[in-house]
Design a protein around this ligand. Sequence first.
Ligand code: ADP
Length: 271
Amino acid sequence: MSNTLIRINGLSFKYDEESLNVLNNIHMQVCKGEWVSIVGHNGSGKSTLAKFLNGLLIPTQPNIVTVEDLDSYDEEIVWKVRNKVGMVFQNPDNQMVATTVRDDVAFGLENIGIKREEMLNRIDWAIQKVKMENYLEHEPHRLSGGQKQRVAIAGIIAMRPSVLILDEATSMLDPMGRKEVLDTVWKLNKEEGMTVINITHDLEETVLSDKIIVMNKGEISTYGSPKEVFAQGEKLVEAGLDLPFSLQIQQLIKEKGYNIPTACLTKKELV
Ligand code: ADP
């Protein structure tokens, strides 16, 4: 069985006939268990691409977007694609739908008619994975932003998707909330083997990934491991992105000729 979970094969798209392509000949693959970051400036096409990944937008030809070999072109099976792709969005407040954390996590499961015992098991499992066991009876709107996003993640993973997509899911959070969410997703990826796609405009978050895809004006301008992509600073600048702070410091130190071991300054694998 193939290890490839998502295949995009020559995807181009414009919202209306008169405008320019928002996506231009995108080719990419995501393997099972990978953590992939998709980065790019505002308007580079990241969210549009995410909508194709979860079947909200549908390609006009077959074999352009497949998830676990299911072709989202096929109207009969696109709903299966939607079930395989769980998405967490930017605004935590828009994702809370119930009056307690427990009911919020149960919401999606109730909608697909999961039996009660199975539902309780899944809620327990998911809530434990995001470390919100002590908040089951709390009102979601009283939680911090990071906690709300963790509850949103619990609601998604309880549905057992094949891939978890975070679409700018940390961009409205304070540094603590951001860390909470990234730690949670990191554990899901490393311990549960969950495939993760993190869409962000913040390169700091991408050092955790297996692969970074850089988008610029609807095209993939470069991709590779963090080490490979960070070595192409000019592509990142072209795409309107700021290098991670640790790398900026490292570059500055190199330019100034100070003799400080770089391992003290940046993640070991990036040196
Ligand atoms: P990003 O997520 O990288 O910020 P988007 O995919 O949201 O980029 O947007 C890419 C381009 O598509 C932008 O120019 C945006 O204005 C345009 N766009 C996004 N959504 C729509 C829409 N529903 N209708 C028309 N244009 C849109």
